[in-house]
Design a protein around this ligand. Structure first.
Ligand code: SF4
Ligand code: SF4
Length: 430
C-alpha cells in the first residue's frame, strides 16, 4: 500500500450509489449545448438557427490551441443560438436543439476500427475531433495534454481513478462496468505519449475496481482513501513521490495524468468515431427521490435529469453540480449538464451557517494539502492586500476546500481565495 500526501481531510463518504449500475437516460426533448464547456477559448459555432442536426455532428469548432470541439447530442433542429444559464460561468452562448422523433446518428459513428495501424498523430487528431476533454471536472482539452513540449521527458502516464470527492460514484461505476474499455483508452494515451510506465491510481475504498484492474494485468496503485487524493499533484506525490514545483505542471516531473472517464471517452472516439456527446453523472442527495448513476446527453437540463430520477422529494434548498467539496451551487436547475459535470447533488435540509471571526486554531494550515497558510492568505485578501496574498501562494491553491471544511468559524475560505486569484489576474491584464 502506498502512502498518501501531507494534509487533506476525511469527510463522510456517503457513496450510497456505488452499487447503482449506470442507467441510460432517454434522449431529452431539448438540449442546451454551450460552446464553452472546457478550459480555454469557447468553440466557434458551425450551425445556425433552423439547421437540422444529427447526433454526433460537429456544431462548434475548436477555436485556438486551448479549445475543444462541440457536437450535437441529439438529432433535431437548431431552434436558437443564444446566451443561456451555464453551471460554471453563469451564462454562455448555447446551441438549443429540439429533438426530432427519431435518433439519427452521423454516419462516421460506426463499427469498431482497427487501431493498430494508426499513428500517434492520427490518434491525437481523432481525440481532438471528438471534443474530448478531461472528465474529472477540469475539462482541459485532452489533445493539448497529450502534446507536451518535446523538451519535457515524460516517462509515466497516471490514470486517475481515485474519485476522492465524497458522494460521487460515476467513475467507480465506469471502472467496474467498463474496465476493459478504460484500459484500452489508457493504452491509446500511452501510445500517443510514447511512455514506458502506465499506472492506474485507485482509492482503496473501491476494492472491486482494484481487483478488476489487477486481473487485466495493468499496474495499479491502491491509494489511501483521503480527500483530495485525486488532485493531480497529490496523486503524483502519492504514487511517484515526485513533487510538482510551485506554479509547475505534472509534465515538469515527467508525468501526464488523465481521468478514467476521459480514457473511456477517448476509446469510444478513436475506435467507434463517437464524439463526446454524453457522460456518466451521479445523481444523489436527500432532495432527489432516486439516487442513481445516469448516462446523460451533454446539454440536458438538470431538471430533466432530476425528473428521470423520480423528481424532487421536496422543495430543494441546494443544488450542486460536481462533488460536495469542489462542486458549484446553482441558482437555477435549468442549467445544462456539460462535459465536466460529474454529479448533480440535491440537498433539502441545508442550514446557512454564519461566518465567525478566525480563532487562530491553525486547523486550516494542517489540512491544506498544498502546504499553504489559508488563514494568512484569507486575511490578506480580506484586507485587499492582493500582493501579499500572491506572495503567500494563493495561486497555488487548488480550491479543494479542505481548509473551509475544517474551519470552526465557518469562514468560506475558498470564496476569498477565488476572489484573490481573480484580482491577481485582473491586475496582470491592466
Ligand atoms: S488553501 Fe486552497 S489548497 Fe489549501 S486547503 Fe484551502 S482550498 Fe485547499
Ligand atoms: S481554521 Fe478557520 S478559525 Fe482556524 S485558523 Fe484557519 S481560518 Fe482561522
Amino acid at each position: 500500500m502506498l502512502s498518501g500526501f501531507a494534509g487533506g481531510v476525511h469527510p463522510p463518504e456517503n457513496k450510497n450509489t456505488d452499487e447503482c449500475a449506470i442507467e441510460v437516460m432517454p434522449m431529452p426533448k431539448r438540449v442546451y449545448i454551450p460552446f464553452s464547456q472546457h478550459t480555454g477559448k469557447p468553440a466557434r459555432p458551425l450551425v445556425k438557427k433552423g439547421d437540422d442536426v444529427k447526433i454526433g455532428m460537429k456544431i462548434g469548432e475548436a477555436d485556438g490551441f486551448i479549445s475543444a470541439a462541440v457536437h450535437a447530442s441529439i438529432s433535431g433542429k437548431v431552434v436558437d443560438i443564444v446566451d443561456h444559464a451555464h453551471p460554471v460561468i453563469g451564462s454562455a452562448l448555447c446551441c438549443i436543439i429540439e429533438a426530432s422523433d427519431s435518433e439519427d446518428w452521423v454516419k462516421e459513428v460506426s463499427a469498431a476500427r482497427d487501431l493498430g495501424s494508426l499513428t500517434g498523430k492520427q490518434l491525437i487528431d481523432a481525440v481532438k475531433e471528438a471534443g474530448i476533454v478531461g472528465l474529472g471536472g477540469a475539462a482541459f482539452p485532452s489533445h493539448v495534454k497529450l502534446s507536451p513540449p518535446k523538451e519535457k521527458h515524460i516517462d509515466t502516464l497516471i490514470i486517475n481513478g481515485c474519485e476522492c470527492e465524497p458522494v460521487l460514484t460515476a467513475d467507480h461505476r465506469l471502472m467496474v462496468e467498463h474496465a476493459a474499455t478504460v484500459i484500452e483508452g489508457a493504452r491509446i494515451f500511452q501510445k500517443i505519449l510514447d511512455v514506458p510506465n502506465l499506472i492506474f491510481g485507485i482509492e482503496d475504498n473501491k476494492k472491486d475496481a482494484i481487483g478488476l484492474f489487477k486481473q487485466e494485468e495493468v499496474r495499479v496503485a491502491a491509494l489511501k482513501t483521503k480527500y483530495p487524493q485525486g488532485a493531480e499533484k497529490q496523486l503524483i506525490k502519492a504514487i511517484l513521490k515526485r513533487e510538482v514545483p510551485r506554479g509547475g505542471l505534472p509534465m515538469d516531473v515527467g508525468c501526464v495524468v488523465h481521468n478514467v472517464g476521459t480514457c473511456h471517452a477517448a476509446l469510444m472516439a478513436v475506435k467507434f468515431g463517437k464524439p463526446l456527446i454524453d457522460r456518466v453523472v451521479t445523481v444523489a442527495g436527500d432532495g432527489v427521490k432516486e439516487n442513481r448513476n445516469v448516462l446523460v446527453r451533454i446539454g440536458t437540463p438538470v431538471n430533466s435529469v432530476i425528473d428521470f430520477c423520480g423528481g424532487y422529494t421536496t422543495q430543494p434548498e441546494k443544488v450542486i453540480l460536481g462533488g460536495p467539496m469542489m462542486g458549484i451551487a446553482q441558482y437555477s436547475d435549468a442549467v445544462p449538464v456539460i462535459k465536466g459535470t460529474s454529479g448533480i447533488l440535491v440537498w433539502s435540509g441545508v442550514r446557512a451557517v454564519e461566518e465567525g471571526p478566525c480563532v487562530r486554531c491553525a486547523a486550516c494550515v494542517d489540512a491544506c494539502p498544498m502546504g499553504l497558510m489559508p488563514t494568512e492568505i484569507c486575511s490578506f485578501v480580506k484586507n485587499k492586500n492582493i500582493d501579499m496574498a500572491n506572495a503567500y501562494g494563493v495561486l497555488d491553491c487548488i480550491e479543494c476546500g479542505c481548509c473551509a471544511y475544517v474551519c470552526p468559524a465557518a469562514i468560506p475560505l475558498v470564496h476569498y481565495f477565488k476572489y484573490g486569484k481573480s484580482e491577481i489576474w485582473r491586475k496582470s491584464k491592466t
